[in-house]
Design a protein around this ligand. Sequence first.
Ligand SMILES: Nc1ncnc2c1ncn2[C@@H]1O[C@H](COP(=O)(O)OP(=O)(O)OP(=O)(O)O)[C@@H](O)[C@H]1O
Ligand SMILES: [Mg+2]
Length: 300
Amino acid sequence: MSALRSTTELGLSPDYTGKVRDMFDLGDRYLIVATDRISAFDVIMDEVVPGRGVVLNVMTLAWLARFADVPNHLISADVGSFPAPFDRFDAELGGRSVLVRKAERFPVECVVRGYIAGSGWKSYQKDGTVCGYQLPDGLRLADRLPEALFTPSTKAEEGHDENITYEEVVALIGTEYAVALRDLSLRLYGAGAEHAEPHGVILADTKFEFGLIDGQIALIDEVLTPDSSRFWPTQQYIPGEEPPSWDKQILRNHLETLDWNKEPPPPELPSEVLARTSRRYHEVLEILFPAEAARWQKYL
Ligand SMILES: Nc1ncnc2c1ncn2[C@@H]1O[C@H](COP(=O)(O)OP(=O)(O)OP(=O)(O)O)[C@@H](O)[C@H]1O
Ligand SMILES: [Mg+2]
């Protein structure tokens, strides 16, 4: 395993850097590299979580393979097939990079919630609703919802995403696309939850992104990863309590013990916190997709 903070370390110049991904604009395609950067409270840490980007990317590939009937943006995850100069970096980019078709993104984050947590819980506590859905009284934190709900949010260029109602999605992209994205999101969430369940994992909620490729709706970005989803261990699931999530929780808990104002610059992180966080990411991949974890082992 080689940790990667930025593709600039390889002498490459990304056209766009997100919190996690470095993107190279190749005309009608993107080369997307999932680095080992990690953010918390929207601040990117100085240190990396080794292998995190590989876990996120391999998990996305595993889900895309399961959802073979849904069009997606993937062209290749094989570094040897990438255009020059990227094809020279198998050891550095392998397992964490994909060549994809550029999509015209829908300006909506397609969130699905099967359980109530996070911003959904906050909204419910305020007025008993989530994204315009009236929910039953008396729900506890982390309770399962009577049925999974499509609870979209805006894709904010800056700052936090905001929850919106389904009607607002219709206003943004039109009824036809709104129906299609909602139904597809609910279906994929259901399939994901069904896969996770026998592994002792609850898929509490998730966020999908879709775009148009050649006029067709396609699944893009990351899919059902710990960054885009809440995975809870069934064995430790107790409604009313915050379940231990397979994500940045170790890091967040550590940061909460510090006297840090959650503005840059980030505090220095102990290597032990980074190592435990890294193990946590690897763990959920191995639990959900042991075969894929084995196949990509040399990069993990
Ligand atoms: N095929 C695609 N076509 C166009 N845009 C894409 C495609 N696949 C992914 N993207 C976009 O690429 C970006 C990936 O970058 P990254 O995930 O690092 O940043 P971010 O989404 O801003 O941050 P975060 O995920 O931490 O909120 C996202 O904005 C995503 O919408
Ligand atoms: Mg993202």
